[in-house]
Design a protein around this ligand. Sequence first.
Ligand code: ATP
Length: 202
Amino acid sequence: MPLIGLTGGIGSGKTAVSDQLGKLGAGVIDTDVIAHQITAANGSAINPIREHFGPDYIDANGALDRTKMRALVFNKPEAKKALESITHPLIRQETIKQAFQQASGGAPYLVFVVPLLLESGTWIDLIDRLVVVDCPVETQITRVMQRNNLPRTEVEKILQTQASRDDRLAHADFVIENQGSLDQLINQVNQLNQKILEIQKG
Ligand code: ATP
């Protein structure tokens, strides 16, 4: 069963691509969604976060207080490291669980959506092929400013923490160019699905 990594910079269109691959039958495992699930109310990361950081970082609903945590880790690398040492193993565990569920449910291939796939190091060795969703940086900025109602400077700051466009493209087996319409995107994803199914046959 082919294991496909899917990455791209913020706002490049990873979710749009993985949604369509899911509709076509792929087993999609989105590590960003998992990161949110484990820090939502009753998520598996909540108790360890409360124990390490204190109850102030858990909101009234029992979920991670993202605003407070973001402010804490922003200038404190050791706090960021502590948070990641709680969340990363839990994300990994849930990723493996979902991969098995998708595989036993009959998905012809698995797609792991990992925003920081190249930055995180270990992923590249685990996957058979890498799909990169690409668009000009200016398009990323416009989309994220609109979607998240953020000022340009904030989006630019996030971009600085991510691999460069060239770096991602250099590692890609397949590139989805997402600077056109959503219809054009869907066409490319349909073709990509066919190519991945060919790998499976081969
Ligand atoms: P993030 O890394 O922030 O999770 P992402 O890579 O998953 O982002 P999406 O959420 O799929 O990106 O897309 C970002 C925004 O741009 C969304 O609001 C989406 O609807 C929009 N978008 C994506 N592709 C297109 C397109 N081709 N045309 C118009 N809007 C698009």
